[in-house]
Design a protein around this ligand. Structure first.
Ligand SMILES: Cc1cc2nc3c(=O)[nH]c(=O)nc-3n(C[C@H](O)[C@H](O)[C@H](O)COP(=O)(O)OP(=O)(O)OC[C@H]3O[C@@H](n4cnc5c(N)ncnc54)[C@H](O)[C@@H]3O)c2cc1C
Length: 261
């Protein structure tokens, strides 16, 4: 069980950042993951009054404040129109509606969890994160950074001409995924992410021609580079085989505008 000595509702990001420099203090977002740990927290730093619970759109991008809940992502029409429902599809099986009303996009991305549907989905897109001190960096770089004491302020999905499709396989509805994949097709090529392997998601790209002329061979080459693992949910061999099935399904869904599979 975790314990919290003081609960601080931050009034500015600077205040939250300064408090977060102490190892014994912790940012608290949806508190769905944090509450399952054993930390002895001196100051829990609540970001909920900083106006970071909005999804905003401009000509170039969607900006999701770190306190946007998974349920907001699931229901936001413009975001889902734009991502062809990939964001809705990646969160819809996470535990239940009440849970998704609390868990946040900031906590999901900050956690860099191996099982994360959210990270897997966003990694295939042109996604950046805005950190309070370090500024904007690509999600692909952020994934490989060690967690530090910065604050994730926003997640930014850049607009391009892409079409996305998200696929995940679960042993039972609402369990963690056994394997998860996202495909995005743009005019200059494909990007793919493969997560829940069970370690955290990775991203690969392929040309339009390679997928059109040799889909199986191209996907096999990508999957050969990935280290799949075995745990109680699935073996590495099963994960690898299913990753190919899900990637092909995602590609076919994109090519047929969701009509074929
Ligand atoms: C039982 C259970 C099942 C789940 N199943 C799935 C699943 O199937 N698929 C899936 O994708 N996810 C799943 N998750 C993860 C969940 O969706 C969230 O990602 C997770 O709860 C973290 O989000 P949160 O808002 O609750 O963060 P919290 O628990 O509040 O915080 C998590 C960590 O991130 C830090 N943090 C949070 N926000 C920030 C920020 N803005 N800047 C810096 N640090 C920050 C906190 O200090 C803490 O260390 C599951 C979680 C649980 C508990």
């Amino acid at each position: 069980m975790y314990s919290i000595k003081e609960y601080v509702i931050a009034t500015t990001l600077e205040e939250a950042y300064n408090l977060n420099q102490k190892k014994t203090n912790r940012i608290i977002a949806g508190n769905m993951w944090l509450r399952l740990g054993n930390a002895n927290i001196v100051n829990a730093i609540d970001l909920s009054k900083l106006g970071l619970n909005k999804i905003e759109e401009n000509d170039e991008e969607f900006q999701l404040g770190c306190m946007v809940s998974l349920r907001q992502m699931e229901l936001d029409e413009k975001l889902n129109d734009y991502t062809k429902n990939a964001l809705r599809d990646c969160v819809k099986d996470i535990v239940g509606t009440q849970f998704r009303n609390s868990a946040t996009v900031g906590g999901s991305i900050w956690g860099r969890f191996g099982f994360s549907d959210v990270l897997t989905c966003m990694l295939a897109m042109d996604t950046e994160v805005e950190l309070y001190k370090a500024g904007r960096i690509s999600l692909a770089d952020f994934v490989n950074m060690k967690p530090d004491n910065d604050i994730l302020v926003k997640v930014i999905i850049k607009k391009n001409d892409g079409k996305a499709n998200y696929q995940a396989l679960r042993n039972a509805a609402t369990d963690f995924p056994v394997i998860a994949c996202c495909a995005v097709k743009k005019s200059d090529g494909w990007s793919f992410s493969i997560g829940a392997k069970p370690t955290k998601a990775v991203r690969y790209t392929a040309s339009l021609e390679d997928i059109q002329n040799n889909m199986d061979g191209t996907l096999d080459d990508i999957l050969e580079k990935i280290t799949f693992g075995t745990n109680t949910r699935a073996s590495k061999e099963y994960r690898k085989a299913m990753a190919k099935v899900l990637l092909k399904r995602a590609i076919k869904n994109i090519e047929t505008d969701g009509q074929e599979v």
